[in-house]
Design a protein around this ligand. Structure first.
Ligand SMILES: [Zn+2]
Length: 423
């Protein structure tokens, strides 16, 4: 026999237990019971999702919803429920091994304080700010332990449920950064799953990196007529933006930039003494992101120099403050990693087609540290995320939760040795 044929047979034999495991898992009575339980109780879970969405959780003001999650974690019987120093809410469902899998979702929304967070029904759709992003994920953290208990399923893995703070915008992943960089559990987590957004086919295994800056330009200000000729911070921002956005960016790997906020000045007939803007830059590739960042910083310096030179006869000069306000590292959990394989099986297990994608989520942090991590959609269909008209269609949404249950159980059965503490 040829070496290659022998090799293929060997690969096939080695793959057998895995194939067998995933088929037998679907036949297990307790797993079937759990899957049925999810479908039967889905209306109630959806109610819980709406209840969560109607508790405001503006950026940096997640306490109220955090307290609700803590009381819910206790109600469903999680152990050692507590809120850590940064505001994450944690609860355990202990297993029989010393390995720990985190299942998380984020508490914060992008909507400012005072937003109307009432959920409304329009036909098959529900409209609500943050209803999907990420009340759907938070609901999953409450439903899963209940389902496991109802089907009397024990795991080897310790399941640590974590509702994180600061996933969105300027939160800069501060909750998950604390968990993996400063908190008491930082060296004890073996793998990480975040439930975020809806699509039950998506498996985010690529961490989209981003860099964010706030640029503040300051001048002497003055009257728009009397003092015309002095440096103008708003004009300088214009120079910077024109300069930066006219430089080409790469499409492979995809790289993006966005001036998302801009402001300053006091009145239409005053030269502003201050103007500012916030910029977001992203890339699938670490090097491309670095290059883009350098192009941006160079554009800032050049734009300031142009305005200073143009107004040099006035003897006024601009000052610039460059403040880094966001840094999300990039990376990938390989397709061959057990966690991604388990997610692919689980997706097929509910008869959906897995889609591996790249995005910026809480998983960026564990991924950048070499800890297997993925983000999965919670189920249903959604749109207009981060906008006041965020909508959710919960048709067949139970498939999302069923997939996550299978994912956790497949991963548990794979018995991946712990690497926590030796990293
Ligand atoms: Zn989200």
């Amino acid at each position: 026999m040829k070496k290659r044929a022998l090799f293929l047979i060997l690969v096939f034999i080695l793959a057998m237990p895995a194939l067998h495991a995933k088929d037998s898992l679907l036949q297990r009575a307790d797993i079937r019971m759990a899957l049925t339980h999810i479908e039967k109780n889905y209306e109630r879970y959806l109610g819980k999702q709406i209840e969560i969405a109607e508790i405001p959780a503006p950026p940096f003001k997640e306490e109220k919803r955090g307290r609700f999650m803590a009381s819910e974690f206790k109600r469903i019987g999680l152990q050692d429920v507590h809120t850590d120093k940064i505001g994450n809410v944690l609860g355990w469902r202990r297993g029989s091994s010393d390995r720990t899998l985190v299942i998380s979702a984020h508490i914060d929304t992008v909507f400012p304080e005072g937003s109307d967070v009432t959920v409304k029904r329009e036909g098959h759709r529900l409209i609500g700010k943050g209803l999907v992003d990420d009340s759907l994920g938070l609901m999953g953290l409450l439903a899963l332990p209940e389902v496991l208990d109802a089907a009397n399923i024990k795991t080897e893995l310790n399941l640590l449920f974590v509702a994180t703070v600061g996933e969105e915008g300027l939160g800069d992943l501060r909750g998950v950064k604390y968990l993996f960089e400063k908190g008491p559990l930082k060296n004890r987590i073996d793998a990480f799953i975040s439930i975020d957004l809806a699509d039950p086919q998506e498996i985010t295994n690529g961490a989209l990196g981003s860099k964010r800056y706030r640029i503040t330009v300051k001048g002497v200000g003055g009257h728009s007529w009397e003092d015309f000729g002095r440096v103008n911070p708003a004009h300088a921002l214009g120079q910077i933006i024109a300069n930066f956005t006219s430089k080409t960016t790469s499409t492979d790997p995809k790289t993006s930039y966005n001036i998302g906020r801009i402001g300053g000045g006091t009145s239409v007939n005053s030269i502003p003494f201050e103007a500012w803007m916030e910029v977001d830059m992203r890339s699938a590739n670490r090097e491309a992101l670095k290059t883009l960042e350098q192009v941006f910083l160079k554009s800032v310096r050049e734009g300031i120099a142009v305005e200073n030179k143009f107004r040099s006869s006035s003897k006024s000069k601009l000052e610039v403050e460059i403040e880094a306000i966001g840094d999300r590292p990039s990376g990938t959990t390989l397709e061959s990693d057990a966690l991604v394989r388990a997610a692919v099986w689980a997706t097929k297990g509910v008869n959906l087609k897995p889609k591996l994608i790249m995005r910026s989520t809480d998983s960026n942090i564990p991924i950048s540290k070499g800890i297997p991590a993925i983000t999965v959609g919670g189920g249903g269909k959604a749109g207009n995320l981060h906008s006041p008209n965020e909508w959710y269609n919960p048709t067949n949404a139970h498939l999302g939760l069923q997939r996550i249950l299978l994912l956790v159980m497949y991963y548990d059965e794979m018995k991946i040795p712990s690497t926590a503490g030796v990293r």
